[in-house]
Design a binder for this molecule. Sequence first.
Ligand code: SF4
Length: 380
Amino acid sequence: MNDIQPILDRALAGHRLTAADCAALLESDDIARIGVAADEVRKRKHPSGVVTYIIDRNINYTNVCNVVCTFCAFYRRPGKPDTYVRTVEEICEKIDETIALGGTGILMQGGLHPDFGIEWYEDLLRTLHAKYPRMQLHSFSPPEIHNIHLISGLSYEEIMTRLKDAGLSSLPGGGGEILDDEVRKRVSTKCTTDEWLDVMRATHRTGLRSTATMMFGIGDRLEHRVRHLERIRALQDETGGFTAFIPWTFQRENTALGRRIKDEPTGVDYLKMVAVSRLFLDNIEHIQSSWLTQGLRLGQVVLRFGADDMGSIMIEENVVSAAGAHNEADERMLRYLIRTAGFTPQQRDILYNHINRDESNTADASDSATLRELSVAFAD
Ligand code: SF4
């Protein structure tokens, strides 16, 4: 086995890692040493010891989708009986519930509806922005933007400018999966690697920021994961528009791909991917734990493998839960997990600005009864 210490030393000395370094780390079984180096790099980027989380809500405005992704258990083909499109009233009700819990934003995403052109999205954003001017609308991933492009015939930049004018705050990095067409074309008919990256480039050019994601374990090999990280890092060099990187593993239940695929990534693979992301993506500030897919325990442990953010409390989630991930946490639980990993919990907004509410401090589990109650929940 190759000795990875010279690579880790280079990363710790502030040198940029190469694709070959990245591959060597992902091949290594020495996750403890990789984790220690990633934790050290995280500490240098975020020396205050703060780990952030956000209170927002996923709202899936429709499950109608006109493409096929074999890893998806959420979509329904147009015309099927169990399809839905949420009304504005239904969406507002969900936003009101989010605000009552101290929420600062919503993450709206949906399937690729064959009839929704740019006007549908503009109307929705304008209506919500007028009613909730302080709520951040972090919505619509690159495949949805590409779908608008196909329906309305507008360039990505025109679409992003119009959506920004209508009230969009930022773009989630969903639909990235593995940014390599050798893998993407086998599992999905949605946008290509270049189209995903071009949407992000156009988004950043309009001044909006976005996250970047990776879902691995969909038949990808190690070299595909390396290329994914390289492409994210190169675009970040060009635009600086990514706020955070969020990797997670494929959730297989109820999916066509899940029935076919034999190997699935383990907890070790997940920890290693987060740690290597922290070391390789030297130009991205925040790496997010995906406790929703990995469970609360691994989602906490990864805070010592380079992650500095716990993501959202997830008031509602319909996509990965349809594929078998049923983890839940409220604000007290996330704060408890952060504190017991040795960090200071801090609520943030979608752009990583700190939010200080009186209730968030009282929500912090500090008395022993609450800790016991949370420990029991954590043990379940
Ligand atoms: S992942 Fe998105 S684009 Fe793919 S089938 Fe599911 S809803 Fe449609």
